[in-house]
Design a protein around this ligand. Structure first.
Ligand code: TRP
Ligand code: ZN
Length: 874
């Protein structure tokens, strides 16, 4: 008889179960004796009981070899090793605990805890990685002062780094040396970091607003010094911006950033020692696109801003993650908007919310920005917590205004600096500082899903009254059936037929343009409206909701020209495109031909030819919604029809505007490369023109020529993307040439891997499989894997969803391999499977079968377990 395997099912934690810690750790001294396969760590902690009676000390630990335990310097034997750590019995109310553990950094493919990246050692502790270094109270509400001594071979690892200030160093026999660091700010374990290696260092200094000097150091792999300048500039800009806009100053004498090649996420805000995915540090004209530069600025800013929103005030528990992430994303978005183009930044942030974040809300992992139930914390570093979390902060900013909002920030720091806080603490500070009632607003923290706001308008010429009826409802989400009305800041503007703004009045009194929508249904009446106006709504995307309103083509074309702010003009263009995409999907499904009225083409031609507009903004106006975003408009997604319609829309616009696109393409050629905003804006529009022109007869010639003449990666990639998307003849030669030139550089090759993944050709999967044996590919490197596999599975819907299920089988193979080596990365790649219910029955059945296969994997990691089971249960 077959034996039942005794699998322990992963258990969930609930926000409601939070309990204050029974002990706290005030100080910890760490000593690392670094060796590739056997690193010893001695942790000496000062521990105090907080509970009022004797209780065992329960420490977290994962994958550790325990060497010894001492209490107050004496060997201690009254402890038990458990599945989740170490329980120490009979300890006094206040004592010193010494624990020695051993780990194997070289075998650590999870990239969590202490691991090797390239030749060096580094750590990643958020969220729960510190327990893979030593047994500890690995929870964010235990804040300790850290002292860290790092010992390693001097020749191989000349730089030994940790948090805080370097206080001592020395040489040992056998060619080893040591450095000691001290971080004066108490911090939770997730902010601990250690790096050891050989680097090139870019140095600079920054003088803070109070006149203190801060040493700035960026560590990159040897030979990469010429790629660190933009990161340094961005760091200095971040420090300055946080002083000017938020009044926040840096607090240590040194700020270090290390770029590593093996990293699960973008970057990590460890106190005084940020560890970055090299993708968000390394850039020069030859290797990085303008988008890469923008990513570096945003992520350098993001991690820097965490020093106050995350580190000085941290999270009480991981359910509060959005407290630091939503707020810090809001801050980095504001930073990029203040330094660059606000409308372009807003447009791109909104695209992420309306696309992938709304998609998350529709899937089985749907959760509020403050989740209630978590199995694997790493699964909750989501678009909802980060991007929707930022929208929630932005809504408070809209409701309070900049001044009140900054008063709220000040109060928040006064109350919570040096402590671990909750989301509610933040809202309370905003409420107390402004006197604005946020009681209903708080529902944004507990309610999941995307609200739908339905609007009807009506104009009465006789009474000159314009009536706006606003209804809101939120469709049920996984595990949350009942939904309540939310407090929605609803920003509107009215225009008369000449495009002038109509002042909003109610009973003769001026009213604010941000309406407080708080009920399921509300009517807003405006009087003294002389003629039927055109209404612009949800301006600046004032709330993360779906807007339903029956705009006519004429109104949308009018708003594309007359709306006062650029975001609203872009949005009107998007609504117009959406109308005709939907209509043509229907036509294609009924076997009819694609159709687009000349008036729609003319509206976009008008934008293209408007010389008063910022070229970067025109480029956004002309960017069509992605196939994934379109998919989100349907209950049942027809990937093939959507692909056909989006492609035809592009081709039709290209042929109808070919002359204008060509003329602008030629005019915008630049003689000298620069990364100024102006130069980037011109490249953006020129390359958007190229992406259209690729669909015309001249396309192949243009893309081939641009590739050959390009002196920068932006133009090179634009030529290659155009060739890839349109299947141009020059594609093969470009791909071969690029691969030959860059095989030695994985970071640059990622761009090539992405193109292979997104290749619309019928044999895309075969190419992707072949690409896995490319010399630069490595399934153990998350950047490589994401570039090739995620771009195919998540961003090449037609090929991934091939009817024969071949794409699905491929993803299962990859997930099976990564489940063992790096489940955190696997858990991100599985996302396309979770949406299986949105496809036709045949595809649903195929994807479901793959999910079932995965659910039966031996040693299924918690990360995948949580998602697979939710998807199957839903
Ligand atoms: N706190 C990091 C940030 O948002 C996120 C992060 C980096 C992370 N590495 C991680 C989260 C590993 C979980 C696991 O900036
Ligand atoms: Zn963050």
């Amino acid at each position: 008889m077959a034996e039942q395997p005794t699998t322990t099912q992963p258990t969930a934690k609930y926000r409601a179960d939070y309990q204050a810690p029974e002990y706290t750790i005030t100080d910890i001294a760490l000593e690392f004796d670094l060796h590739d396969t056997e690193t010893h760590i001695v942790a000496t902690s000062q521990i105090k009981r907080l509970a009022d009676k004797q209780v065992p000390l329960v420490l977290d630990g994962d994958g550790l070899k325990l060497v010894r335990v001492e209490v107050n310097g004496e060997a201690w034997t009254d402890y038990a090793e458990t599945d989740t750590g170490l329980t120490i019995n009979g300890v006094p109310a206040e004592f010193e605990l010494t624990i020695e553990t051993e780990v194997n950094p070289e075998a650590n493919t999870l990239l969590e805890g202490l691991y090797k990246s390239g030749g060096g050692f580094c750590t990643q502790c958020e969220a729960e990685g510190f327990r893979r270094i030593t047994y500890y109270m690995d929870r964010p509400d235990v804040l300790a002062r850290f002292t860290t001594k790092v010992i390693a071979d001097k020749e191989a690892f000349p730089y030994l780094l940790s948090n805080g200030n370097r206080i001592d160093s020395g040489d040992l026999e056998n060619g080893r040396h040591w450095v000691q660091w001290q971080d004066p700010f108490p911090k939770p374990s997730y902010l601990f970091a250690l790096v050891a290696g050989d680097f090139d260092v870019l140095r600079d200094t920054y003088t803070t607003m109070s006149g203190r000097n801060v040493e700035l150091e960026i560590f990159v792999d040897k030979g990469n010094l010429d790629r660190a300048d933009y990161a340094m500039t961005s760091l200095i800009n971040s420090m300055k911006w946080d002083e000017e806009r938020f009044g926040l100053e840096y607090d240590l004498d040194i700020y270090m950033i290390v770029a590593v090649d093996f990293f699960n996420m973008g970057a990590m805000e460890n106190k005084g020692l940020n560890v970055f995915n090299s993708k968000y540090v390394l850039a020069n004209a030859a290797t990085a696109t303008d988008t890469d530069y923008q990513g570096i600025e945003a992520v350098i800013g993001h991690e820097y801003f965490h020093n106050w929103t995350g580190n000085r005030v941290t999270c009480r528990d991981w359910f509060q993650l959005s407290l630091k992430e939503g707020l810090t994303v809001f801050r980095d978005q504001e930073f990029s908007s203040d330094l660059g183009s606000r409308p372009v930044n807003r447009i791109n942030n909104v695209r992420v919310v309306r696309g992938p974040q709304f998609a998350e809300d529709r899937g089985p992992m749907s959760h509020p920005i403050r989740p209630e139930k978590v199995i694997e914390m790493n699964n909750f570093y989501t678009l909802t917590v980060y991007e929707k979390g930022s929208e929630v902060i932005r809504m408070m900013h809209t409701l309070l205004g900049e001044q009140n909002f900054q008063a709220g920030m000040k109060l928040y720091f006064e109350r919570h600096d040096g402590t671990a806080a909750t989301c509610d603490d933040f809202v309370q500070a905003m409420e107390d500082a402004s006197g604005i009632d946020l009681s209903r607003f708080r529902r944004w923290y507990s309610q999941a899903g995307t609200p739908v706001v339905n609007v009807a308008t009506d104009y009465d010429a006789e009474s000159k009254c314009y009536r706006v009826t606003v209804k809101q409802h939120t469709p049920p989400t996984a595990g949350q059936e009942e939904k309540l009305p939310l407090h929605i800041p609803f920003d509107i503007e009215l225009y008369d037929s000449r495009g002038e703004v109509v002042e909003l009045q109610c009973n003769g009194k001026k009213v604010h343009h941000v309406l407080d929508v708080t009920e399921a249904e509300q009517v807003f009446e405006f009087d003294n409206v002389e003629e039927k106006p055109v209404i612009s709504m949800l301006r600046e995307f004032s709330a993360p909701v779906v807007l339903e309103y029956n705009y006519s083509d004429d109104e949308l074309a009018f708003l594309m020209v007359h709306a006062r702010n650029e975001f609203a003009r872009w949005d009107a263009g998007q609504i117009l495109l959406a109308k005709y995409i939907r209509e043509n999907v229907k036509r294609v499904q009924q076997g009819e031909a694609f159709e687009l009225p000349a008036s729609v083409v003319d509206a976009f031609r008008g934008v293209l030819l408007d010389e008063k507009l910022d070229p970067a903004f025109i480029a956004e106006m002309l960017t069509l919604p992605s196939e994934n975003e379109v998919a989100g408009w349907y209950k049942t997604v027809d990937v093939d029809s959507i692909h056909a319609v989006v492609s035809q829309l592009k081709a039709v616009l290209a042929s109808e505007m070919e002359d204008e696109l060509s003329a602008i393409y030629q005019t915008l050629a630049q003689v000298e490369y620069s990364i100024s905003h102006e130069a980037m804006a011109k490249r953006a529009l020129r390359n958007t023109c190229l992406s259209y022109l690729a669909n015309t007869e001249n396309g192949d010639k243009l893309a081939a020529k641009q590739y050959k003449q390009s002196d920068n990666m932006t133009d090179t990639m634009a030529a290659m993307s155009a060739a890839n998307n349109a299947g141009l003849a020059c594609r093969e030669e470009q791909m071969a040439d690029f691969s030959e030139k860059w095989t030695h550089d994985g970071l640059v090759m990622d761009k090539w891997f992405i193109l292979q993944g997104k290749n619309p050709a019928e044999n895309a999967l075969e190419n992707v499989r072949n690409t896995m044996s490319h010399a630069a590919f490595d399934l153990k490197n998350p950047n490589r894997t994401r570039s090739l596999v995620a771009s195919f599975c998540a961003n090449n819907p037609v090929r991934f969803h091939a009817k024969d299920g071949s794409g699905y089988q491929f993803l299962t193979e990859i997930l099976t391999a990564l489940n063992a080596s790096n489940p955190q990365v696997a858990s991100r790649l599985i996302e396309p499977f979770l949406k299986y219910r949105q496809y036709d029955e045949q595809r649903q059945a195929l994807m479901r079968a793959e999910l079932e296969k995965l659910s039966k994997l031996e040693n299924l990691a918690k990360d995948l377990f949580e998602k697979v089971h939710k998807a199957l249960e839903q």
